[in-house]
Write a protein that binds this ligand. Sequence first.
Ligand code: HEC
Length: 232
Amino acid sequence: MRNDLWRLFSWLGVAFGFPWLFLVLLPYVKQSSAAPVPYAESDEAGFVAYPDPNMVRAGASDYGAEIYRREGCAYCHTQMVRPTYAGPDMWRPGWGGREEEGLARETRPEDYIGEGYAQLGYQRIGPDLANVGTRLTDREKLHIQLYNPRANTHESIMPGFRHLYRLVPADGRDAALKLEGKFAPEEGFVVVPTPEAEALVDYLLSRRKDAKLPASIRPAVAEAAPAEAPAQ
Ligand code: HEC
């Protein structure tokens, strides 16, 4: 009996001790000797501040983020350009950001600064939206995408979010969506966005994760320009 108890406790010790060793003690020892990473204030590529003030989302787009979350867009769309070892995102045109300006890159954790909630996404049924604001800049087209995706892409499987739009009598207002052919509303009526739809489109247009990064977190640039020593 005593022997059995002794065995039970020793095996319990092994069962908890090993995970503790590898999950707690070893990481603790490793992390406590890690040197802090310097945060450079500027680098040769012209970095001034992060996040880039041009990227700071204004006005209704925070409200738009709420709508994005509420409507479950993240069930089908991610907002993260994966590193190339994990997927071919960087090979897809426009996914990485403004290629013509040499800004296209993989997403970094810093890109979520200023967002109340990082909408990483859940799975990728539709395209990644990390840089959709640099890729699709036409408000009208984004509204049509939300109202009836098939009016933009013939075989789209994205659901329409028609409850964000109103069908109103045509009285020549500017906001009406230009829906043609079989997508057009019935005679004498037009489709106009609600403030929620406008906020969601503002939010989509603000999706840009291609701002310049400081040298300390972009080692490739620091290496390419050895003349400028990284700030301590
Ligand atoms: C059931 C999955 C699903 C949901 C939910 C969904 N989408 Fe989509 N979305 C897609 C698919 C698939 C495409 C690609 C086909 C197309 O362009 O219509 C797409 C395309 C898009 C595009 C065009 C992207 C590009 O690069 O061409 C935008 C913008 C977009 N979705 C925004 C949204 C927003 C905003 C929401 C939430 C209100 C949303 N989607 C909800 C599946 C979905």
